[in-house]
Design a protein around this ligand. Sequence first.
Ligand SMILES: Cc1ncc(COP(=O)(O)O)c(C=O)c1O
Length: 386
Amino acid sequence: MARIAHRMDDIKPFHVMALLGRARELEAQGRSIIHMEIGEPDFVTAQPIIDAGVKALQAGKTHYTPTMGLPALREAISDYYLSHYGVEVPAQRIAITPGASGALQLAFSILINPGDGVVLADPGYPCNRHFVRLNEGQSIAAQVGADSNYQLNEAILKTNWTEKSVAAMLASPSNPTGALVGDDDLKAMYDFVTQQKGTLVVDEIYHGLVYEKQAKTALAISDDIFVINSFSKYFGMTGWRLGWLVVPEAYVDAVDRLAQNIFLAAPTTAQHAALAAFEPETIAIFNQRRDAFAERRNYLLPALRELGFEIPVTPDGAFYLYANCETFSDNSYEFVSELLEKAGVAITPGIDFGEHAASKHVRFAYTTSLENLKEGVARIRRFIKS
Ligand SMILES: Cc1ncc(COP(=O)(O)O)c(C=O)c1O
């Protein structure tokens, strides 16, 4: 009999994986499926990055890099903070990690003692509460909705903060809602958390994919904030497994020690390849893709509203629309399953992002072509009418 640790009872799978599996089965049977469930850009990694990766391999760059990352890449990210955000972030505070996932694992492991509380937005990225659990902490699900632009704010944070709380975590723009946190809200939350002697952790993985506004990094507020980012989304490198964590000075040694022990270093080829991500010609490709995402959002948002999905606030970024589907069903999982079986459209049920009103919500990802989105909307329309 398998002797699996008790903590694993609380580590839930992504429900969307079962749906994706079913979608693949249907495709194998010859059915056409429109994929609007996938949380990664449909674009292949930009060619200059692929070329740099191939070149690194051909030059035999196959050994470990230093644990904190290739010095040139840490410098390039530091330069990017200065040129893009006008914020000075010393390379020495930047740890290169296997995706934002590696950065989250480091951050939570370094901050949480058993029993410590971490306030998280619900709905939010589900892995965060699992990282808290792995470290024997308690996640505190703070309900967010349209009234707070689907983000935490100071008032919500205050209501949910307990004497056991040591950190608050938010993603801006958020997955699943695409909502950006307000600059003043972020500052107020930072002030509150600091007053409570806690730590603010901000996931900026969807920065770059913001359509009208200019996202500011939380590092502009203070050097004391843990900031997570990644090459997965705007930089289009999901499969290369590369991200980074910016930590306050006092935590650098702890991050280095822990990263040595849990993954030694981020993938070497990916790090060499990512150096090309900061070249102007590559940034131009990313920005074209960002514009394509904006165009898709601008099509899909009114189309879904017109069908009867409620999306009260226009999302600022990422590539998601989080929609209330109550007009059609009060069980979003069933709704999503039926939509897949009967209409051949795959979307993600709310339950993948927490518990708050999860059965009334679904997430649409516009990580497929405009043409596919139009076909998806046509299929949903027929499904709803029938
Ligand atoms: C909010 C958020 N954070 C972190 C991640 C992890 O990304 P990665 O490990 O690919 O960088 C994701 C992936 O979807 C995400 O949506």
